[in-house]
Ligand binder design. Structure first.
Ligand code: PEP
Length: 253
């Protein structure tokens, strides 16, 4: 059975002091063998600090983005090999803030996803519709288009390891969560799409939900058949907030 994952996207938040106290608090609070795979995504400058604190623990870490090129004249960018140098196992690709604020297109996201996979990182591919798109009844066609761009570039094989995060844009940082029914419906749509290409990969694929997940709604969301955990923004910035989500996970074994 797919193990639940709880991943914290810190976005552009943090300081050396905050990283120390947050990660120390998580290490103490999670205890041994947490029921979920736990991952944090700090801003790039704090990856060495995360590596120092988390090495040999059960908490993994990753980058919030990457440039698909290996190296060279790309001022301000970070490559997959640089993330690997600091022990990252995961990297976010196509977060809606990257798409909306920094102009990343489906094609850009696909190239980042492929570069991450080829370098040996586990890409977490974020997809999701805006409120207007949902209201126009376009949720499935938007998610379908975002997934197709990556499938055409990288094929199905990387999804044997990669993770998909369904993050409706209208629920990110707004306090509005998709209901478990709304989220489950889109997760089932995503899994069925993969099932039409490869049943084994579809059965193993972890599909996280993201959008105002907190300690009060996580258990209901994670209890749904096709929701395999959460990608958490705001609530991942405090020890209590993130632990309350991690502790609401019940083993699926
Ligand atoms: C996110 O940034 O991926 C996210 C889901 O944020 P929040 O939990 O704050 O809505």
């Amino acid at each position: 059975m797919r193990k639940i994952m709880v991943a914290g996207n810190w976005k552009m938040n943090g300081s050396k002091a905050m990283v120390s106290s947050l990660l120390d608090g998580l290490l103490h609070g999670l205890g041994e063998q947490p029921g979920a795979d736990v991952v944090v995504f700090p801003p790039f400058p704090y990856l060495p600090q995360a590596q120092e604190i988390l090495t040999a623990s059960d908490i993994a870490w990753g980058g919030q983005n990457l440039n698909p090129e290996e190296k060279g004249a790309h001022t301000g960018e970070t490559s997959a090999s640089m993330l690997l140098d600091f022990g990252c196992r995961y990297v976010l690709t196509g977060h809606s803030e990257r798409r909306a604020l920094y102009g990343e297109t489906d094609a850009d996201v696909a190239r980042r996803f492929e570069a991450a996979d080829q370098a040996g990182l586990v890409p977490v591919l974020c997809v999701g519709e805006t409120l207007e798109e949902r209201e126009r009844g376009e949720t499935e066609s938007i998610v379908d288009r975002q997934l197709d761009a990556v499938l055409q570039q990288a094929g199905i094989a990387p999804f044997a390891r990669a993770i998909v995060a369904y993050e409706p844009v209208w629920a990110i940082g707004t306090g509005k969560t998709a209901t478990p029914e709304q989220a489950q419906a889109v997760h089932a749509f995503i899994r069925n799409k993969f099932a039409s290409l490869d049943g084994t990969i579809a059965g193993q694929l972890r599909i996280l939900y993201g959008g105002s997940v907190n300690g009060s709604n996580a258990a209901d969301l994670f209890a749904r058949e096709d929701i395999d955990g959460g990608l958490v923004g705001g609530a991942s910035l405090t020890v209590e907030g993130f632990l309350s989500i991690c502790h609401s996970v019940h083993s699926r074994d």
